[in-house]
Structure formats: C-alpha cells, structure tokens
Design a binder for this molecule. Structure first.
Ligand SMILES: [Zn+2]
Length: 378
C-alpha cells in the first residue's frame, strides 16, 4: 500500500492575491473539499499533514538574504524601488498583506512533503499550494515569490538523492531549470508551450545545461493547440527513456494545470486524462513522488485535475470515473458534470495536421541533443 500525504493548512486560506490577479489561492481548499466529500483524503494509507512554514535558513539555500529581507518588508507595507528592481510590486507579482507569511507557508508545505519522503513516512506527498517554479534567487517572477520546488530539489539533493524534476506546467519551469543548470544530481525536464508564444520566453530545445549539467536540463516546447494524443506522443518519446536511464531516487512533479484546454492564460488543448497517463508512467518507476500544484487559471478545471491527480498518485481505482456522475460532489464546471475526468475533446483534421509534424520534429531534435549524454539509442 502506498503511503500518501496531502499537505494542507486552512491557514493558507487567510491570504490572497489582489482580486484582479489571476492566481487564485482558493484552488487548494477546493481540491481538499472535493476529495474530502469523496472520502479520498483518509484511509488506505492516505493522510492529511499540516505544513510547517519554511525557515529563513532553509530559504537562503536558494534565495539571497537581500531578497528575503525585501520580501518580508514589502509584506509589512515597507516597499521601495529596490524591491521593485527585484520584481516585487509589479502587475505579475503584486505586494499584498502578509505575502511573506503566505509564501513561506506554501513553500513549507512542499518542504514538509520532501522531509516526509526523506524520513520514509510517505511514498507520495502532494502540496496543491506549491509549484512556484518561476521565482529566481533574487527576483520574483510570474506570480512566484519563493521557489518551493527548487528548494525541495536542493534539500533532496543535499540528502544525496538523485532527483528527477518534471514540470508539466504550460510555462517553462525556468527558476528550477536554471538553479540546477550546471548540475547532474538534479535532472530537470519541462514540457511547455513554445516560449516564442508564451511567458517566460525561455525553455528552447537547445537549453540543455552546461558543464557537469550538460544533458541534464531537458526542454520540450509544444506548439499552440497541442492536444492529448500529441502531448503523450512527446512525453512518451522523451520522459520514460530519460528517467529510466537517469534512475532517480525521487521524483518532484510540478503539476501546473494551465496546459488544460480553456485556460485563460495559455493556448494548449489538453484534458486532465493526460495527467493520469503522466502519473501512471511515473508510478511505473516505483520511486517516491513529491507533487505540487502550480499554474491553472480556469479554477474548476484545475481543481478537478488536481483532485484526479491525487487519486491516481494514491493508486485509487478510477477506471469507472469516465462513466456516471458521483453523487453530490461535482463542481459547477461548464465542461463536465460527471466524475473527475474530463471528457475527450474533438480534434479537427487541421489541428492534427498543424500540431503533429511540429511535435515529431521536436521529438527528433530533443532526442538528438539529449539522448547521447545518457547513451540512449533513439
Ligand atoms: Zn504556468
């Protein structure tokens, strides 16, 4: 039986980004509510765990003291041009009341998960309030202030674990990729919308790491309109062979749900059935998995995707889920009223003809650039 920890504190509900901002902190609470109503938060090895806020000494493993000081001051209303230079107080990364407390608790939840895995107390840990992959050591970026996922990878690597970081958020996981760009003890793989068409404008095929890290940073840019079949073609060609060759001790999975069709900030066309396939593929490696949330700006679709991801991570049988509605627990989504899985989307011939050749070309390019470092035959 898999020991699975859902990491959450209702204290996280006390903080919020300004109302006009797309990042909705209530998603995690909604995931918990859905899972609770379905009886999927307890029993069969599943438990809820309260997070601890990340300590300053730990945050300094990635962030500079100067930045943390500015973040804490901004959070108390003391904000200046120096803070703005570090990305604090922009449209993307606004300053809001108790921003610091929120950030260190959301980050602490991911680190709590990492520590449960290191202690052998969990095989799977999920922090739906985490996944702030854009934050840089001295810069807030893309709605992210404290990079919980980079810090989790650092802590796991310090414990001499080989870490595989997989990022399926629609945006390039730049903060994490660059944190380990010259290291081979943390491999980063990011599947994201082509950076020519989306923030943060990085994550091209030729960004493959440097020095000891060459071949350990993997980027797969996806064309606009990428749908399930095309995504899985890319994923299955690249990720499982690399993970098998790398043979990690632990997997960190950033599960941003903004690649789903209908996300207001991006242009991919996935259903949450992709996440089932991705997680199933990772579970085949039989390694501990630390999963986090991330982007996802259609709230109902994101909540359903993360609730579904948790059930798959826990090994719950969801084979019946595509069929009848489960009574009384559904979200008011316009897309679907029955079960956690999305229904399949119709794909036009034009969409197939546009997307598939681009994906196939990128598969060959990524294989050519990365596989030789790992002696994988393509
Ligand atoms: Zn994103």
């Amino acid at each position: 039986m898999r020991k699975a920890a859902f990491i959450y504190s209702t204290e996280l509900e006390r903080y919020r980004y300004p109302p006009e901002h797309p990042f909705n902190v209530s998603r995690a609470a909604k995931v918990r509510k859905v899972l609770k109503s379905m009886g999927l938060l307890s029993g069969d090895g599943r438990s809820e765990v309260l997070p601890e806020s990340a300590e300053r000494i730990v945050l300094k493993k990635f962030h500079s003291a100067r930045y943390l000081h500015a973040l804490q001051n901004a959070s108390k209303g003391k904000w200046d041009n120096q803070a703005l230079d570090m990305g604090l107080g922009t449209g993307d990364c606004p300053v809001f009341n108790k921003l610091y407390e929120y950030s260190i608790l959301a980050c602490g939840a991911t680190l709590t998960g990492a520590n449960l895995i290191l202690a052998g107390s969990a095989d799977v840990a999920f922090n739906p309030s985490g996944g702030f992959h854009h934050a840089a050591p001295e810069h807030a970026s893309g709605f992210c202030y404290i990079n919980d996922v980079a810090l989790a990878c650092i802590i796991l690597a310090e414990a001499r674990k080989r870490v595989l970081y997989l990022d399926v958020d629609v945006h390039h996981g730049d903060g994490v990729a660059y944190a380990f760009y010259d290291r081979c003890d943390v491999m980063t793989i990011s599947f994201h919308q082509n950076p020519r068409t989306l923030f943060p404008g990085t994550g091209f095929e030729d960004e493959i790491g440097k020095g000891h890290g060459k071949g350990y940073c993997v980027n797969f840019p996806l064309p606009i309109g990428t749908y399930d079949e095309a995504y899985l073609k890319a994923f299955n060609a690249i990720a499982p062979p690399l993970i098998a060759a790398y043979n990690p001790d632990v997997i960190v999975l950033q599960l941003g749900a903004d690649a789903l069709a209908g996300d207001p900030l991006a242009n991919l066309y996935l259903t949450n059935n992709v996440y089932v396939e991705v997680i199933d593929s990772l579970l085949n490696f039989n390694k501990p998995i630390l999963a986090t949330g991330g982007g996802g700006y259609n709230v109902d679709n994101t909540v359903r995707a993360w609730a579904l991801a948790w059930t798959v991570l826990c090994g719950t049988d969801i084979s019946q889920d595509k069929n009848p509605p489960v009574g009384g627990v559904m979200l008011g989504s316009t897309e679907w009223q029955g079960g956690l899985r999305d229904r399949e989307l119709a794909i036009s011939q034009t969409q197939r003809e546009t997307v598939i050749p681009k994906v196939e070309a990128t598969i060959e390019l990524v294989k050519a650039k990365i596989f030789p470092f790992h002696k994988i035959k393509s």
